[in-house]
Each structure stands twice: as structure tokens, then as C-alpha cells.
Design a protein around this ligand. Structure first.
Ligand SMILES: [Mn+2]
Length: 359
């Protein structure tokens, strides 16, 4: 297991690399270049990032994310051009030692929450929160408009106000698309990129839908074990893997997370892990909790044990943390609670390893 930390780059992440390096057991980053989907990443920019990270004593073997352009997901327009750019980026990253590329195949929207700083009454910290009831009758356009107006905490990553017009067009492109239609486009993408990954020694790792159910009537095809069984079959290869995010998949209590890890771990189809905890508050209603099992509804010990038993060499990062100790930062991505999370996960790991050794 390699413990890593998500970092957004020195231009937009207030956390110095030195602080990340000082978290015990931290080996590297899940890092990125801030580029729009479809762009062929410039090699000199990545080489500079890698040098900066390596100079801080950290590795950058995992990229999160290289985003997939909507034309690839809808099978329209310039998809072949964007796939060619994606392949060029894979080759460039492999040349610089990258082993895993995380991405997702969610139509239009990445993760969605209805409050980015919901106070946890027990201790006054706050965390990301979702209640489907808060969406009411609002459609995506209205929610993006409200986000732009700064009302409530709605967040739709990637849909800044200036892209509203584009959003309307993109939503139209999905009208009438079924999950199988989306899957067909997914296969087209995987058939193109996975052989390149095999050639250069990179694994693609697909992140689940978050939350783990369809939103706004858009097709979503990566939010259950059954979905990922289909996904790994679309192009059967050890390079076609999951980034198993316990909090995203676990937002639906029907998903048995340790069982899913064991299932895909035994198949050698886990390329990376995001580990965090979730507190269920009702139907399609949850908030994010501290990593410690007893503060939420996931059994994080069982999760780490499943990783140890079936994919012990994977990359892991503590996923979203709460905001604690009055930290001001990117929602979900502050320093303190994620550092506590890493320490806790490392502690569980040590106990599991030593417990196994004693038999
Ligand atoms: Mn995640």
C-alpha cells in the first residue's frame, strides 16, 4: 500500500508540499495539471510539476484526474481528436513514471453536494453534505445559476458561470441517451486507450459516480458492483481498473464496500483507492464523517483488511476530510482532517500487517 495525498498544485492549493511530506508515512501525491478535458497535456508543464514534487521528497505516480471530454461520452463531434489527445497524454505521463490515471465517466457533472460546510452538531466541525430533498424541483441549470449567485452551498465542479451556455448544449446532447448507449461510448474510449496503457505500463482507474445514483435524469453507469462488473468487461485487461472510492460508492448503503473491494481486488482490477467514511441520514441523504469507523457508517477496519487481503500494493489516499480547527480551505480538501485520516489508515494497516504475521 502506498499512502498518497490529493494536491491541486502550488498555484491553487494552499497546502505546501512540505506539510504533506511531514504526514507520517506519506509517499506521494495524487496530482494533476489544471487542464480542461480534451487537452493534450504539455510535457514541459508536467515535467516541472514532477520536479517540484520530487524535490519535496514525494512521488507523483498517480494522476487525478485526466478528465474525459463530453464529446467522448456522448460519442459526438470531435471525439476521435479528443481521444488522440488523451492517448498522447497517457504516453507522456508514462514517460515520466506515472503508473495510474484516475478519471470518471459521469455525464456532465462530477460530484454533487447540497451543502459544502454542514456543521456537525456533535463537535462544531463541518463537512460536505447531500440531501436530495434540497434539490427540490430544481434542474441542473437552475442549480448552476444558484451556485453562480453564491446562494446556498451547491457545488457543481467544472461548471463555472461563464460555461452556463455550454452546459445547456451539453445537457441536450444527452437527451434520450440510455445507460447502454453511454456504455457503448465508454467501450469505444476504452478500446482506444487501454491497448496504449498496456504498451506503456499505465493503469486507467475509473472513479464511481458520486452520489452513487442517477441525478437529473442523466444516465450514470458506475455506481454499483454490477455496474463495475460490466465496466471491466467492456475491455478486459489488467489496465482497465477502478479507483474504488469508499465514500462515493458508499453513499448508497446498498453497496457493500468491503465485499466490492474483495471482488475487484481478487480480479486485479483495483488501480487506486480513496478511503473515507459516510454518515447516513436518510434516503439519498448523507454527510461526510471523519475517517474513524465509529464516527460514520462504514467499517474502515474491514475496508483496510479487504485491501490488505486482495490488493495490498494499491495506491491509497485519505479522501475528503472535515474542516476542523478553524481551517479555511478547499471544501473536502483541507490539511488537518485528511492528515488525521492518513494517520488512522496507517495505524489500521500496521495492526492488520502485524496481526497477520502473528497468525
Ligand atoms: Mn473519491
Amino acid at each position: 500500500m502506498k499512502m498518497t495525498f490529493r494536491w491541486y498544485g502550488s498555484q491553487s492549493d494552499p497546502i505546501p508540499l512540505k506539510y504533506i511530506k511531514q504526514i507520517p508515512g506519506m509517499t506521494g501525491l495524487m496530482g494533476l495539471l489544471d487542464k480542461p478535458a480534451g487537452v493534450d497535456w504539455p510535457e514541459e508543464e508536467f515535467a516541472a510539476l514532477k520536479k517540484e514534487v520530487n524535490d519535496a521528497g514525494l512521488e507523483i505516480e498517480v494522476i487525478e484526474s485526466v478528465n474525459v471530454h463530453e464529446d467522448i461520452k456522448t460519442g459526438l463531434g470531435r471525439r476521435d481528436e479528443y481521444i488522440a489527445n488523451y492517448i498522447s497524454t497517457i504516453r507522456m505521463l508514462a514517460k515520466h513514471g506515472v503508473k495510474v490515471i484516475i478519471y470518471n465517466f459521469m455525464p456532465v457533472f462530477d460530484w454533487l453536494r447540497t451543502d459544502l460546510a454542514r456543521v456537525i452538531p456533535e463537535d462544531g466541525s463541518n463537512s460536505l453534505y447531500f440531501d436530495e430533498k434540497d434539490l427540490g424541483e430544481m434542474g441542473p441549470l437552475e442549480i448552476v445559476r444558484r451556485t453562480a449567485a453564491g446562494s446556498k452551498g451547491f457545488s457543481l465542479p467544472g461548471w463555472e458561470p461563464e460555461r452556463l451556455a455550454l452546459l445547456e448544449t451539453t445537457l441536450k446532447q444527452y437527451e434520450g441517451m440510455t445507460p447502454d448507449g453511454l456504455r457503448k461510448n465508454f467501450k469505444y474510449f476504452l478500446d482506444a486507450v487501454i491497448p496504449v496503457c498496456e504498451e506503456v505500463g499505465v493503469r486507467m482507474a475509473c472513479h464511481p459516480d458520486d452520489p452513487a445514483w442517477p441525478i437529473f435524469g442523466l444516465p450514470r453507469i458506475t455506481h454499483s458492483q454490477e455496474d463495475f462488473d460490466k465496466m471491466v468487461q467492456l475491455h478486459d485487461s489488467p489496465a482497465n481498473t477502478l479507483c474504488l472510492c469508499t465514500g462515493s460508492l458508499g453513499s448508497n448503503p446498498d453497496n457493500d464496500i468491503p465485499a466490492a473491494i474483495r471482488h475487484f481486488g481478487k480480479m486485479n482490477r483495483i488501480g487506486a483507492m480513496h478511503v473515507r467514511n459516510v454518515k447516513y441520514l436518510g434516503y439519498h441523504h448523507f454527510r461526510e464523517a471523519a475517517h474513524l469507523s465509529s464516527t460514520g457508517d462504514l467499517d474502515v477496519y474491514e475496508i483496510m483488511k479487504a485491501i490488505y487481503e486482495t490488493c495490498p500494493d494499491t495506491y491509497i489516499r485519505p479522501d475528503h476530510g472535515r474542516m476542523i480547527w478553524d481551517e479555511e480551505g478547499r471544501p473536502g480538501y483541507g490539511l488537518y482532517d485528511r492528515a488525521l485520516g492518513a494517520a488512522y489508515l496507517n495505524g489500521l494497516w500496521e495492526a492488520i500487517v502485524k496481526g497477520q504475521a502473528k497468525g
